[in-house]
Design a protein around this ligand. Structure first.
Ligand code: ZN
Ligand code: ZN
Ligand code: ZN
Length: 272
């Protein structure tokens, strides 16, 4: 399973548009390799987890080829993960030829409602919408997927995804605060090869509702290892970094590497 991290910033991206904090100033001075766009992660160049307001930029500078994407899993309906305005580009006239295969989209009722409200391709045409519920398992484009409840926004269903293919298992876990007991129970009996975690703030416990900081990431790792769902071979990745509570890439990596964590960055590829 190949992961491609197209966007690794929190909702405002890094640098934040109007911000002159020390981090944003350093990031602007260092240049685009330090920038963090809004969230999206590709798997094997055929499945996308989230489709954000920066998707055009992921195509322009990140090598994302949307004509190869067959499946999109949506974690939740916040605009740094979900940008239905550009899903209308699946409709005829925007996309050709007419006999292309289209895309299967999986997400909550909120996602489905907002896609329908957007107009564009009719369900069943080029965008086949599949509404999923917490704890549901389903097959999506050759992947065995289970949607687990995230602790993020009580006004909508938010999902973590357990994604498996050819004996490799990924837990894709953001946006979320520390997991609920229901999610921990669902993870018992799993063996995870890679765990991607919400790490909105690196240096301290999260002070953002519905998100984790690095201290909570360490607790998640410890519990997964103690219950046998992860071990020394499991890759742990932190992502979804906010501008105000994280240093530049090199310093972030120096904090995380001693704890066995990879700090994701835009354009990072990982073989699981
Ligand atoms: Zn987010
Ligand atoms: Zn800033
Ligand atoms: Zn969110």
């Amino acid at each position: 399973m190949k992961l491609h991290f197209y966007g690794t910033g929190a909702s405002e991206g890094v640098p934040s548009l109007f911000c002159s904090c020390p981090v944003c100033q350093r990031v602007r001075a260092l240049g685009p390799q330090e920038y963090r766009s809004r969230t999206s992660c590709g798997i094997d160049d055929e499945l996308l987890v989230d489709f954000s307001s920066d998707t055009f930029d992921h195509m322009r500078t990140g090598g994302l080829d949307l004509t190869r994407i067959r499946t999109i899993l949506f974690t939740h309906a916040h605009p740094d993960h979900f940008y239905p305005e550009d899903l209308v580009r699946l409709a005829p006239h925007y996309a050709m030829p007419d006999d292309r295969p289209g895309i299967d989209v999986y997400g909550s009722e909120t996602i489905a409602r907002r896609i329908a409200a957007q107009g564009g391709p009719k369900p069943g045409d080029y965008l086949r919408m599949h509404v999923i519920r917490p704890m549901e398992s389903f097959a999506a484009g050759g992947y065995d997927v289970r949607a687990l409840p995230a602790q993020h926004d009580p006004k909508q269903d938010c999902f973590l995804y357990r994604i498996r293919k050819e004996g490799k298992t990924l837990l894709y876990a953001h946006d979320t605060a520390y997991f609920s007991e229901e999610t921990w129970e669902a993870l018992s009996g799993e063996h995870l090869d890679c765990v991607v975690l919400d790490c909105t703030c690196c240096a301290k416990p999260s002070h953002f509702d519905g998100h984790m900081g690095f201290p909570e990431n360490l607790k998640v790792k410890e519990r997964l290892c103690s219950m046998g769902a992860a071990d020394a071979n499991t890759l742990f990745v932190a992502t979804h970094f906010v501008h105000s509570d994280n240093p530049i890439r090199e310093e972030l990596e120096a904090v995380m590497a001693p704890h066995g964590f990879i700090a994701a960055y835009d354009g990072m590829e990982l073989e699981v």
